[in-house]
Design a protein around this ligand. Structure first.
Ligand code: GRG
Length: 294
């Protein structure tokens, strides 16, 4: 498989889908659509929607069922990035290679653009459930809402903010990584598997793989914040140090952090192998994420 080409094709497909859910708004008030679209279409690896669609296909489901959930998840992810960059949070000026939403549209409109994406994600998923009421759709919506909410990303962010400039333990850092980052990746894979009609035990395997991939992903994010460049990442480096955030790198150093991320990746790969060749793309994606430079 030419993974680079495959990723490009899948990204293009997801961007076409997203266009249908958040079109250019010509009627009043266009500014909110502009601000939402500015951040949504600024680039991004589209990993989470890619995982929703790939998981659905891997369990033999119809990709069409998963589409609204894939798009909704990318809307929620983008909202979290807009809010994470705000002056009250990480106060960052660049994201996805362009000035952050609040730098272009102002802080008030950036807050509203984030809210708009979150609400539109919920509306998109609820409509999909209404049009096709079944446990596949409602289960997918529940998995995504859980990944983003009080038992997922939101709470991870709360603990992350609370522990800024405070002594950090391994347990708290793991809580932050599992919730802030891994819960959305777990949610993506579980939602895809649910949309595809997988049984509970298979959904659980996708979820577990998602958690391992998600924590490894955040460890890499911590490493790249130190070793990467702004050009590669599309966002400022040394953001964690600026915000006095403890990370895997500050707790374990770069080499040990890489080892932990590699071990988690290996554990996820074992799950894909057990699930069989229908998970080949997810396995390739998992390996790629460990080697990523952005
Ligand atoms: C409610 C005010 C308020 C804020 C919520 C929840 C939240 C803000 C922020 C946490 C989200 C966050 C920044 C998690 C970190 C996960 C992470 C490494 C994101 C970057 O993901 P990539 O690399 O980004 O997939 P692209 O741009 O490629 O999509």
């Amino acid at each position: 498989m030419d993974l680079k080409q495959e990723l490009q094709n899948r990204i293009a497909e997801i961007e076409e889908m997203l266009e249908q859910y958040i079109p250019v708004q010509k009627e009043f008030p266009p500014v909110i659509f502009e601000a939402m679209r500015y951040s949504l279409f600024a680039g991004g690896k589209r990993l989470r929607p890619m995982m929703v669609l790939a998981a659905c296909e891997a369990v033999g489901g119809n990709k069409k069922t998963a589409e609204p959930f894939a798009c909704a998840l990318e809307m929620i992810h983008t909202y979290s990035l807009i809010h994470d960059d705000l002056p009250a949070m990480d106060n960052d000026d660049f994201r996805r290679g362009v000035p952050t939403c609040h730098k272009v549209y102002g802080e008030n409109m950036a807050i509203l653009a984030g809210d708009g994406l979150l609400h539109h994600a919920m509306e998109t998923m609820a409509k999909a459930c209404f049009m096709n009421p079944c446990k596949e759709t409602t289960g997918a919506m529940a998995a995504i809402a859980k990944g983003a909410g009080l038992y997922g990303m939101l709470t991870g962010q709360v603990v992350d903010v609370y522990y800024e400039a405070k002594p950090m333990t391994k347990e708290i850092l793991d809580f932050i990584h599992v919730h802030k980052t891994a819960a959305m990746i777990r949610g993506a894979l579980e939602a895809g598997a649910r949309a595809g009609g997988a049984t509970e035990d298979i959904v659980a395997k996708f979820g577990l793989a998602g958690e391992k991939i998600g924590v490894a992903f955040q460890i890499l994010d911590d490493i790249l914040d130190v070793t990467g460049t702004m050009e590669e990442l599309g966002k400022p480096i040394h953001s964690d140090e600026k915000n006095e955030k403890a990370t895997y790198v500050t707790l374990y150093g770069i080499e040990k952090s890489r080892e932990i991320a590699a071990d988690l990746t290996e554990e996820a790969m074992q799950i894909w192998e057990d699930l069989g060749s229908s998970c080949d793309f997810l396995a390739e994606l998992t390996t790629y994420l460990l080697k990523r430079t952005h």
